[in-house]
Design a protein around this ligand. Structure first.
Ligand code: GSH
Length: 254
């Protein structure tokens, strides 16, 4: 029996849920960031982060480890490319989505879902778009070496990792210019046409409808970890962050 400790807002949990659906693996889902399930989550991950996958007596933490585990244990419909060089490229794209794109988008999204005493940080969104454009250009350069629109010939860890972020761009007010990034735009369009990705959008939209009204989900304190802090500090927003710590509006892993 597979159990996914998940959350409808988490791009990492969505990435794993899509991989499970793609591989036709039925599973139970626990909304592990709701207050009522916190103790259960701590039992499987002391960092109190989702996603966590429990497969009988095996517990796997961290989305990229979970995807790698799934492909080894359930090799049907592979989500890693077969070719070694393409595997490395797909993993690098997954890492870019997980560590760089996530950091920008999560930080810039805070004012859309958290209960905030302050207006959005001046300059944050502009810095986000500028850095996103740099990352889009890097992805575009990688894609030049592969067929379009699906670089690896089927859906992989790269699509599952990138999708939640690409799908959040427009709702958060960011752009992905198809003239500047034609291969990335065509890739994104190919993901949109796939039912696994459409189902994710539907689930996410349903979850987002509840987010403003529920008190079951932490919206006062922001959970901070490495990559997200790194981008904030690198972009010069340290004073705001220090004020957040002083005001005790932060949560730390463990
Ligand atoms: N590196 C981890 C990152 C997971 C992560 O950042 N999870 C966030 C949600 S997106 C979380 O569980 N935060 C705890 C919270 O918000 O209380 C992964 O790839 O699974």
């Amino acid at each position: 029996m597979l159990t996914l400790f998940s959350n409808g807002f988490s791009p990492f949990a969505r990435k794993v849920a899509m991989a499970l659906e793609y591989k036709c693996l039925s599973h139970e889902t626990v909304d592990a960031l709701s207050h009522g399930n916190r103790e259960r989550l701590l039992q499987v991950n002391p960092r109190a982060e989702v996603p966590v996958l429990v497969d009988d007596d095996i517990c796997v933490v961290n989305s990229s480890d979970i995807l790698a585990y799934l492909d080894q244990k359930y090799p049907q419909r592979p989500i890693y490319p077969g070719d070694l060089k393409a595997r490395v490229a797909a993993r690098a794209l997954e890492r870019l989505a997980d560590t760089r794109i996530d950091a920008i988008l999560l930080n810039c999204s805070i004012w859309t879902w958290a209960e905030r005493p302050d207006p959005p940080l001046p300059g944050l969104k502009e810095a986000g778009q500028q850095d996103l454009n740099g990352l889009f250009a890097r992805i575009e350069a990688v894609l030049a070496n592969y067929p379009s629109p699906l670089p690896f010939g089927h859906m992989t860890i790269a699509e599952f990792a990138l999708w939640p972020h690409l799908a959040a761009l427009r709702p958060l007010g960011f752009t992905l210019e198809s003239n500047d990034y034609p291969r990335l735009s065509a890739w994104f369009a190919a993901m949109r046409r796939d039912s696994v990705f459409a189902n994710d959008l539907r689930r996410t939209a349903d979850f987002m409808k509840t987010i403003g009204t529920t008190s079951d989900f932490e919206r006062n304190k922001i959970f901070w970890r490495g990559d997200r802090i790194e981008w904030l500090l690198a972009r010069g927003f340290h004073e705001w962050f220090l004020d957040e710590i002083k005001a005790e509006r932060v949560l730390w892993p463990e």
